[in-house]
Design a protein around this ligand. Structure first.
Ligand SMILES: O=C(CO)COP(=O)(O)O
Length: 127
């Protein structure tokens, strides 16, 4: 089965997400991708990726991704959070990260960890 990834980035981290996704573009093209609304829009428009776009994070997108994960539909979450900016939907963000921990789903919340996770997934996908 194709790896099922969720890609999410807060506003000040969206450029980092585009750069990161560009580095792993070939691998990501072979994955089933979900994303919150604005992040997904940029991945589609700027990188040509096929993405299942959920609602924007502040209006429930993180919760939609979390619900998919709880149902067993997500293998890995890349969630580039902005630790310096208060978010109105902080409870939703915490709920998603908590759901990752409850269900033992890898969740990379910064670019360095995301590179490690994506490199490993890409390598094991080729094996
Ligand atoms: O707020 C977000 C995650 O908490 C991201 O949502 P957007 O991708 O819609 O900006």
């Amino acid at each position: 089965m194709k790896p099922r990834l969720a890609l999410i980035a807060h506003d000040k981290k969206k450029d980092d997400m585009i750069t990161l996704a560009g580095e792993y573009l070939d691998f990501l093209k072979g994955c089933t991708l979900s994303a919150t609304g604005t992040t997904g829009g940029r991945l589609i428009n700027e990188l040509g990726l096929a993405v299942d776009r959920k609602h924007s994070g502040p209006v429930g997108g993180d919760l939609q991704i979390g619900a998919m994960l709880v149902e067993g539909g997500i293998d890995c979450v890349i969630f580039l959070r902005d630790p310096m900016t208060p978010q109105p939907h902080e409870p939703d963000i915490n709920a998603l990260v908590r759901a990752c921990d409850v269900h033992n789903i890898p969740c990379a919340t910064n670019v360095s960890t995301a590179r490690l996770v994506l490199s490993q997934l890409a390598a094991s996908n080729q094996a």
